[in-house]
Design a protein around this ligand. Structure first.
Ligand SMILES: CC(C)(COP(=O)(O)OP(=O)(O)OC[C@H]1O[C@@H](n2cnc3c(N)ncnc32)[C@H](O)[C@@H]1OP(=O)(O)O)[C@@H](O)C(=O)NCCC(=O)NCCS
Length: 212
């Protein structure tokens, strides 16, 4: 009679490493449903100006309903990925389906970690997953003067138009060139993260990328 193992199935690491423009690295992983503490952590690292840029209105704190909605990810219509440095969440990018084959893109990186290339890798990862999920049209809203966001969106094929004091864009999604992440690894991880055998994300913080 075959022996029955009572050992729990091995958990797989559910993160990947991405190299940054400044030579460093970050850990990237999908946000899990209900992980609102990750949202709080990133929000705490945003200056009042950065919060306004992200949410387009003065946002001194995230309300309970906003936290709930932002954490209601499903990996398909609502995809969000987190970047982590030394175990701390430092940035989030999300794609939220607005209907059919269109989705709105939004992203933020804590002030202390900006201009390292973190938004670039996050945006590439999330748009890669969104594209694989059938998103063809990308939409975004950007406050006037937000050059970094406008630049990132232009790299996805988007031109912004000023309307009622706000820049908005809708464009056929074009993935960034050159890629900022290993897209095959991103898609593998997106599929794997939907399963039950992922390690505890708390263990996925410290970037120790493989040599080379
Ligand atoms: C927009 C934001 C996410 C960019 O994050 P980031 O990690 O600094 O972005 P990256 O380092 O990947 O930079 C992307 C490009 O923008 C440029 N850039 C970054 N910050 C910039 C700034 N303040 N002014 C001009 N260019 C800037 C970078 O030099 C880079 O260009 P390069 O690739 O040619 O070198 C960050 O500034 C932020 O969180 N802002 C507040 C929230 C927000 O505005 N969200 C967008 C609306 S949804």
């Amino acid at each position: 009679m075959p022996e029955v193992s009572h050992r729990p199935p091995a958990l797989r690491p559910c993160h990947l490493f991405a190299r940054l423009a400044d030579g460093g690295a970050v850990v990237l992983r999908p946000l899990r449903p209900g992980e609102s503490q990750v949202l709080d952590s990133v929000f705490a690292g945003l200056s009042p100006e950065a919060r306004r840029s992200r949410y387009l209105v003065s946002t001194p704190r995230l309300t309970s309903s906003a936290r709930r909605v932002l954490a209601e990810v499903d990996g398909r219509d609502h995809v969000a990925w987190v970047a982590m440095v030394d175990g701390c969440p430092v940035g989030i990018c999300r794609s939220l389906r607005t209907g059919g084959d269109a989705a709105e893109l939004a992203f933020e990186v804590v002030d202390a970690e900006q201009r390292r290339g973190i938004a670039s890798v996050l945006v590439d990862a999330v748009t890669t997953v969104a594209h694989a999920n059938g998103v063809v049209w990308l939409e975004a809203y950007v406050a006037p003067g937000n050059e970094a966001a406008a630049l990132l969106l232009s790299r996805l094929g988007m031109t912004l138009t000023l309307r009622d004091g706000l820049f908005e864009g809708r464009a056929r999604l074009r993935l960034m060139e050159p890629p900022r992440v290993d897209r095959r690894a991103v898609l593998r991880l997106a599929a794997q993260a939907a399963g039950p055998d992922c390690e505890d994300p708390q263990g996925a913080g410290t970037p120790k990328p493989p040599a080379g």
